[in-house]
Design a protein around this ligand. Structure first.
Ligand SMILES: *Cc1c(COP(=O)(O)O)cnc(C)c1O
Length: 233
C-alpha cells in the first residue's frame, strides 16, 4: 500500500540521501559542500511533485522543455523557486523561456542568445550559461569547445544577459571524469575573459560525483531524487 504520506517521506529520504552523497563527494574532493548547488530536475513529473519538493526545502528546479517549464512555473508562481531551463532552446521560444526561467543553462549559439536578449522586459537581467558539447556528435546540444569562448564574448556584449559560466552533459561513451576535465578547461578560458563567470553546471544522477571532483558548482539531478520519470506518453 502506498499513501501520499509514504510517497512524500520516500521523496524526503531520497533527497537527503543524495545531499549526503553530495557532501561526501565534496569533502573527498577537498571542497566545501556549501559552494555546490543542487538543482532538482523535475521534467515529466507533475507540478504537484515540485510543490512537494518545495515543501522539503528545495529552491532550485530544472526543466528541459519550454511548454512544461512555462506551465509549471505559472501554476506555482506563488512559491519561491528558481527555475532553471536546461533543454535545447528554440529561438522562437526564447521569449516564453525568458518569461519563466531564472537561469538558462543552454545558450549554445549566437542566435539563441540574441533572441533571449531581445525578449528582455525593461531592465531585467537573465542569468545564462554557455552550453558546451563534449561529444563528437554535432546534433547534441552545445557549442564545440573551440568556439565556446567566442560565444561567451557574444553573450557578454548583450547587456540583458549575465554570463554565469558553462554547462555540459557528459557523453555516454566516455569516462565522465575526462569529459568534465575538458569542461573545466573551457571554464578556465571563459573565466580569463570574464572572472565572474564561475559556474560549472555538470553532473546528473549517474555522474555527479565525478562532476564534483572536476569542479562542478551546479548539479542537475533528476531521477535519483524524483524516482523514475513517468512515461512521456
Ligand atoms: C534530464 C536531465 C538531467 C537529469 O538527469 P538524471 O539522470 O535523471 O539525473 C540533467 N541535465 C539535463 C540536461 C537533463 O536533460
Amino acid at each position: 500500500m502506498t499513501s501520499e504520506a509514504d510517497e512524500q517521506s520516500s521523496l524526503a529520504a531520497r533527497l537527503s540521501a543524495i545531499d549526503e552523497r553530495i557532501a561526501d563527494a565534496a569533502r573527498d574532493a577537498g571542497r566545501d559542500p556549501a559552494e555546490i548547488s543542487r538543482i532538482v530536475v523535475t521534467k515529466f513529473h507533475p507540478a504537484s511533485l515540485v510543490e512537494e519538493l518545495h515543501a522539503l526545502g528545495v529552491a532550485d528546479v530544472g526543466e528541459n522543455r519550454q511548454q512544461e517549464l512555462s506551465a509549471k512555473q505559472a501554476e506555482l508562481s506563488a512559491l519561491d523557486l528558481r527555475w532553471h531551463f536546461i533543454g535545447q532552446g528554440q529561438t522562437n521560444k526564447a521569449s516564453a523561456i525568458r518569461r519563466s526561467a531564472d537561469v538558462v543553462h543552454s545558450v549554445d549559439r549566437d542566435r539563441f542568445a540574441d533572441a533571449l536578449h531581445r525578449a528582455a522586459v525593461d531592465d531585467d537581467v537573465l542569468d545564462v550559461l554557455v552550453q558546451v558539447n563534449l561529444t563528437d556528435d554535432a546534433g547534441r546540444g552545445g557549442v564545440v569547445p573551440e568556439q565556446a569562448r567566442a560565444l561567451a564574448e557574444h553573450v557578454l556584449a548583450l547587456p540583458s544577459l549575465r554570463l554565469r559560466g558553462v554547462m555540459a552533459v557528459a557523453p555516454l561513451d566516455e569516462e565522465p571524469a575526462s569529459a568534465f576535465t575538458r569542461l573545466r578547461t573551457v571554464s578556465d578560458e571563459i573565466r580569463a575573459v570574464e572572472p565572474s563567470a564561475t559556474w560549472i553546471s555538470a553532473g546528473m544522477t549517474g555522474d555527479f560525483v565525478e562532476a564534483i571532483a572536476a569542479g562542478a558548482t551546479h548539479l542537475r539531478i533528476g531521477s535519483a531524487i524524483t524516482g523514475p520519470r513517468p512515461d512521456r506518453g
